[in-house]
Design a protein around this ligand. Structure first.
Ligand code: SF4
Length: 359
């Protein structure tokens, strides 16, 4: 596994390549025996994310938190209900057809499952060549050269171009998927659970490949994952999502080493330690219950029904984001009310003690 990204990286002057401002995405709710006709599911609820040039933003949360939807909104694969998307400062929120093509070339996606994301009837050379032809208009020997160059860049060889996906291992397939995304020379790569379907040993290889490609091509990466142990190793910045909202964000080292939100602390307490003794010593924060339904979100903090530290204002008043020591922001009443933390990390004793008191 690669090492955690260093704080000095985050101090370099960088510009935002891609921004999502106050993004909201609502889907039509399923109608059923007890559901109201015309109800809306708010999958993303006022999310702002900024991707810095040449850096990785890790977007982490449980299944159903809205993190993958944010990735698709930024890529304009889904239309926003509210909010703005800016690519290099240009508003692309409403762009259509030909105008959007430029943005599509600049932003490519790597999907989770290399088994279903590659057409099994196409050879690797065709799979990698297709987006290059579409976006760069290359054909003939120029196309072949570009395909070969891209395959080598992802650790394959030109000989792989003749093979079909089912002649490749899982790791090789994901390299082909990355080559397809890399072919049009994008500025931004969105990796949606890009290593989740792979064995642990292969995960490391693909993560290291992404880090190398980022350095080589200056890529800006949005790394979407449910797995904080993976995110912490590849990301310069982390945003933690819960029930469609970003509840904490900031430099990766600060968020991982000094979480300021109880949900982030709970996620971290569930990350396995390499040493069994460290695992035994760790205080685990157990969360009970399921997240509320996004079709009936609570008026206050989205985490209130599961938070071991919830207190009087949490269920009714939605917390605003406030600054955290060491960088970033957090949306939690503990920062401004009750046992005022004022930008400091949330003490784990507060979360563990409260849990024991409840049970
Ligand atoms: Fe817990 Fe309240 Fe903070 Fe939400 S606002 S995370 S319920 S303490």
């Amino acid at each position: 596994m690669t090492t955690t990204r260093k704080a000095e990286d985050q101090e370099l002057a960088v510009e935002h390549v891609l921004e999502g401002r106050n993004l909201v995405k609502e889907f039509a709710g399923r109608s059923g025996l007890f559901s109201r006709k015309g109800s809306q599911v708010r999958a993303v609820d006022g999310v702002t994310v900024r991707l810095r040039k040449g850096r990785t933003l890790g977007l982490v949360g449980e299944s159903g938190s809205g993190k993958s939807t944010v990735g698709r909104l930024l890529l304009r694969l889904l239309d926003v209900t509210e909010g703005e998307i800016l690519l290099n400062g240009d508003d692309i929120t409403k762009e259509k057809h030909r105008d959007l093509r430029r943005a599509r070339r600049a932003m490519q996606m790597v999907f989770q499952d290399p088994y279903s994301s590659l057409n099994p009837t196409m050879r690797v050379g065709e799979l990698v060549g297709e987006p290059i032809t579409y976006h760069l208009k290359l054909r003939g020997s120029a196309l072949q050269e570009e395909v070969d160059r891209t395959l080598v860049a992802v650790g394959l060889t030109p000989e792989h171009a003749r093979r079909f996906p089912d002649e490749l291992s899982g790791g090789q397939r994901q390299r082909v998927a990355i080559a397809r995304a890399l072919g049009p020379s994008p500025e931004v790569l969105v990796c949606d659970e890009a290593v989740s379907a792979l064995d642990i040993s292969i995960q490391s290889q693909i993560l290291n490949l992404l880090l190398r490609l980022q350095e080589e091509f200056g890529l800006t990466i949005l790394f979407v994952s449910h797995d904080l142990s993976v995110v912490r190793h590849v990301s310069h910045d982390v945003a933690v999502m819960y029930l469609g909202q970003v509840v904490e964000q900031g430099p990766s080292d600060r968020v991982v080493d000094h979480p300021a939100h109880p949900y982030t602390a709970a996620l971290l307490s569930a990350v396995p330690e390499a040493k069994p003794s460290a695992q035994r010593d760790r205080q685990k924060i157990l969360l009970h219950g399921d997240p509320p339904s996004p079709s009936a979100p609570p008026p206050g903090c989205p985490f209130a029904s599961r938070c071991p530290a919830a207190f009087e204002p949490c269920a009714e008043i939605r917390p605003e984001h406030t600054p955290v020591e060491g960088g970033g922001t957090v949306a939690c009443h503990l920062q401004t009310k009750g046992p005022v933390l004022a930008g400091r990390p949330v003490p784990i004793e507060l979360l563990v003690k409260r849990k024991e008191a409840v049970h």
